[in-house]
Design a protein around this ligand. Structure first.
Ligand code: ATP
Ligand code: MG
Length: 387
């Protein structure tokens, strides 16, 4: 029917509509002439039959009488004629405008039909004032938000498909190994007990890899469900991090890394789900150890204002390339997949962390410069949602 004109345009009447307007105008003029004549006759009648009416109306009647009968009445007939013609013009204008507005409505309705027939990239292009203009703006805004909702729906659908593809791929690889090794055992294709143990050990390791993936995935989908209930209590975040630091001291020392926890506070009380937040900090610390290869230090700093707490966990070591930083929180994303495969991650840790932080109405970001990779978290001390 029509392309999608981006620019605002005026409504162009079709030749049929123009003829309709012309006919409406002519019909109105004819009606008005007849009406004027009728009024004119009635006035004459009134004046002729009521010449003896009382004194109060005498002057009016006299002037009207003079208007129509006096020899010198042309000067009074003229204003009456002008008055009647003004009224006629107003009526003519009103009727034509009314008909024109009906035509505008028809154009808007036909545009609406065009959009509702699936042309969702089309917008009503007319630039009109008044109510019609506001109506068009509202319709265009409504179409915009409907299109946005549809696109969001499609995006979610596509992400789900990607998720299934990724998961099936990540499960298939270890599963193939497990089946392969168990097959060898089943067919007794091993020479010694040592071989047998090697095969079962590999199958065991691969099965554990699958379990980690499935657990992570379960955790991820659980926190992604918007109605996933947080178990919100009041707790001490300072203590929670101190405990984690203690847990990680030994594995860090094995890697010749030191954990430095810097906090000017003794206690920081906040509301939230400590079990889920532990999951966040645990992943950040294990990442710092796993990927800070060659680094020597992990520094945790904590600061607070009246409303928020700021926690940063940074480690020195290999930097994350700039182009990877924006994808870090995507599911299954791993920088330099070969390096990360050695460390055995699933790439879900940061996606889970971000979802948990979002559930806490906070934010998390990552920076990586001058040999330091830093994860920065802001959390409100008091959650707005009900405890
Ligand atoms: P998972 O945590 O699910 O076991 P993972 O550690 O690979 O797997 P994420 O925690 O989401 O997944 O991390 C994503 C990627 O970000 C990692 O694979 C790694 O490449 C990179 N990364 C994360 N933390 C750091 C860090 N501190 N230094 C360098 N790279 C990092
Ligand atoms: Mg991780």
């Amino acid at each position: 029917m029509k392309a999608n004109p981006k620019k605002s345009t005026k409504i162009h009447l079709t030749s049929k509509e123009k003829s309709e307007l012309l006919i409406e105008g002519i019909a109105t003029v004819i009606l008005l002439i007849l009406l004027n004549l009728a009024v004119y006759m009635i006035l004459i009648q009134i004046i002729e039959t009521n010449r003896s009416v009382d004194d109060m109306l005498f002057n009016i009647k006299a002037s009207i009488y003079n208007t129509f009968y006096s020899q010198h009445s042309s000067s009074l007939k003229l204003p009456l004629l002008i008055f009647m013609m003004t009224i006629d013009l107003i009526v003519l204008y009103w009727r034509l405008i009314r008909r024109y507005k009906q035509m505008q409505q028809r154009h808007i309705i036909s545009e609406l039909h065009y959009i509702s027939n699936g042309h969702l990239d089309h917008r009503i292009p007319f630039e009109l004032g008044g109510d019609a203009g506001r109506l068009i703006d509202s319709i265009n805004v409504l179409v915009d938000s409907t299109v946005a909702a549809i696109e969001e729906e499609r995006r979610i659908e596509q992400t789900k498909d990607e998720l299934i593809t990724n998961v099936s791929h990540d499960i298939r690889t270890p599963l193939t190994s497990v089946i392969g090794y168990l097959g060898l055992i089943e067919e007794k294709q091993y020479k010694s007990e040592e071989d047998l143990l090697k095969y079962t050990h590999t199958a065991y390791i691969k099965s554990k890899q699958m379990k980690v993936l499935v657990d992570d995935l379960f955790e991820y989908t659980k926190v992604r469900q918007s109605n996933s209930p947080l178990n919100i209590i009041t707790f001490d975040i300072q203590q929670l991090i101190e405990q984690l630091v203690v847990d990680y001291e030994w594995p860090a020392s094995q890697q010749k890394m030191e954990i430095d926890f810097q906090s000017p506070y003794e206690h920081i009380s906040m509301t939230g789900d400590p079990e889920k937040l532990v999951r966040v900090f645990d992943n950040l610390l294990s990442n710092a150890l796993k990927y800070g290869v060659g680094g020597s230090e992990i520094i945790i700093t904590i600061k607070k204002t009246n409303t928020d707490v700021y926690i940063s966990i940074k480690n020195n070591g290999p930097e994350i390339p700039n182009e990877s930083l924006e994808h870090l929180f995507d599911r299954f994303y791993r920088v330099e997949s070969s390096r990360s495969k050695q460390t055995g991650g699933t790439g879900l840790g940061l996606a889970i962390a971000q979802s948990i932080i979002n559930l806490h109405e906070g934010s998390i970001n990552a920076t990586s410069t001058n040999g330091w990779t830093s994860f920065n978290i802001v959390l409100p001390l008091q959650l707005k949602q009900k405890i």
